[in-house]
Design a protein around this ligand. Structure first.
Ligand SMILES: C[S@@+](CC[C@H](N)C(=O)[O-])C[C@H]1O[C@@H](n2cnc3c(N)ncnc32)[C@H](O)[C@@H]1O
Length: 254
């Protein structure tokens, strides 16, 4: 069996998603919507059957099951940092490989490489896109969603350390894409969720595992001070907003 070597950040991210795995699927409403939109924008470019597809960061399969339902794919490999995700996606894939995408051995000659709400966890996205381009067959498609720099901007303004390392706005993806990849579609549009207090908002983050970089210990006084500042700066009608800032990209290898 292959030994998976993780750096400390990857270990922390894996721990956070593993802890949230049981509650992720039903609480990740924004990610479910983002995956639906990714499939919708991919479909017009994927009218011919896809011979070999690869998805990284599949999680509990929001994107995986829609792809298998709505796009004609002959064979599909899925990956996630958390090995337990294999069980969730087993009904939809032909194979699963656990580990960080940065060091995973990715097959060559792929017709589709895709991922929803994961690429922001990868610090070197230029290198990642170059590798993907090397592993795509000519005409192969890349379908990715990540998050822009306004992701959780309320938390950023309040000094939270919950940020992922690779937030990237739509206009900056073009500079990261290698020359042999043509961008067909780029869009960035925020999704705002509303919570009736700091506790449900923090629970939402925990249940979806997306605060992997944060190790804040919450005392009662710390929580009420956080809620007061959050409400003062961003609250509306006694509700607290949390902004997701998704970016969708479809590209084709020339
Ligand atoms: C927000 S979830 C998205 C899951 C799913 N794609 C969806 O749309 O619901 C991010 C996923 O990326 C995985 N992940 C984070 N860093 C990763 C890495 N370096 N390599 C592979 N997967 C990673 C996490 O374990 C988690 O399952």
């Amino acid at each position: 069996m292959r030994t998976i070597v993780l750096d400390p950040d990857q270990r922390r991210i894996r721990q956070s998603f593993r802890r949230g795995l049981a509650s992720y699927h039903d609480n990740a409403e924004a990610q479910a919507e983002i995956a639906r939109d990714l499939v919708n924008v991919l479909k017009p470019h994927a009218s011919a059957p896809i011979a070999r597809a690869f998805e990284f960061g599949c999680g509990t399969g929001h994107l995986t099951h829609l792809l298998r339902q709505q796009i004609d794919i002959d064979w599909m490999l899925a990956n996630d940092l958390v090995p337990e995700c294999a069980e969730a996606v087993a009904p939809y894939v032909d194979a699963f490989a656990a580990g960080p995408i940065e060091t995973l051995s990715v097959p060559t000659g792929l017709s589709l490489i895709c991922s929803a709400s994961t690429v922001q966890w990868i610090p070197d996205q230029t290198q990642l896109l170059q590798r993907f381009s090397d592993h795509l067959a000519p005409g192969g498609l890349l379908a990715l969603s990540g998050f822009g720099t306004a992701q959780f901007h309320e938390l950023q303004a309040l000094g939270s350390a919950a940020a992922a390392p690779g937030y990237c706005d739509a206009e900056d993806w073009a500079a990261k894409a290698p020359k042999d990849v043509e961008i067909l579609h780029l869009k960035q549009e925020p999704i705002v969720m509303w919570f009736d207090g700091a506790l449900p908002l923090l629970r939402h983050l925990r249940k979806t595992g997306v605060n992997g970089q944060s190790n804040t210990q919450w005392s009662r006084s710390k929580l009420s001070e956080f809620e007061r500042r959050y409400a003062e700066q961003f609250g509306q009608d006694s509700l607290l907003p949390l902004t997701y800032d998704p970016v969708w990209m479809i590209a084709r290898k020339r």
